[in-house]
Design a protein around this ligand. Structure first.
Ligand SMILES: [Zn+2]
Length: 190
């Protein structure tokens, strides 16, 4: 049996397990639709952040902080496979090179479109930029809601989790870190 069919059968089993009639009209194509949705939502496994960054590097004398904030993302927690919905805020200080701005949300998606825990995703985005852009510093803040807490009734609805990862000047220089925080803190979800 091919992988696609195996996946669709697994979804059929889930539908049966929760008490559904897999033969009713609305559910006939559901296994296939779920598979296609997962192919997209988990497409990060097939993407390489190094390639995305290195194809869009440009020489620059700019050494001021570059901030891309409010990058919306959708991920899944690896413990329950339920959505993590949030925003990432990314900053770096160039060291002779800048990266095309549209690539930063793409790097976020490479790691968001996988099964994740928020802390790890934050680090992975930070490390990828640090390694392939080699800036003087990089900072990532992720602010997200976890459906595995909200839908299962574990935590108060709308509580958000904030994680951060800092490298280089953002770690060693308090002024740089404070400037970044003051730029992005207004964006934190209420
Ligand atoms: Zn979870």
């Amino acid at each position: 049996m091919n992988k696609e069919l195996e996946f669709e059968n697994s979804i059929k089993n889930i539908l049966e397990y929760i008490g559904e009639d897999t033969q009713r009209e609305g559910l006939l194509d559901t296994p296939k639709r779920v598979r296609k949705a997962f192919d997209f939502m988990c497409s990060g496994y097939n993407q390489c952040p190094k390639e995305i960054i290195q194809k869009a590097l440009f020489t620059s004398t700019n050494d001021e902080m570059v901030v891309v904030k409010d990058i919306e993302f959708y991920s899944f927690c690896e413990h329950h496979m339920l959505p993590i919905i949030g925003k990432a805020h990314v900053a770096y200080i160039p060291n002779g090179k800048v990266v095309g701005l549209s690539k930063i949300p793409r790097v976020v998606d490479v790691f968001a479109r996988r099964l994740q825990i928020q802390e790890q995703m934050t680090e992975q985005i930070c490390d990828a930029l640090n390694e392939h852009l080699k800036p003087k510093g990089v900072a990532v803040i992720v602010d997200a809601r976890h459906m595995c807490m909200e839908m299962r009734g574990v935590e108060k609805i709308c509580s958000t989790t904030i994680t951060s990862s800092l490298r280089g000047l953002f770690k060693s220089d308090k002024k740089t870190k404070d400037e970044f925080l003051s730029i992005v803190s207004a964006s934190f979800q209420k």
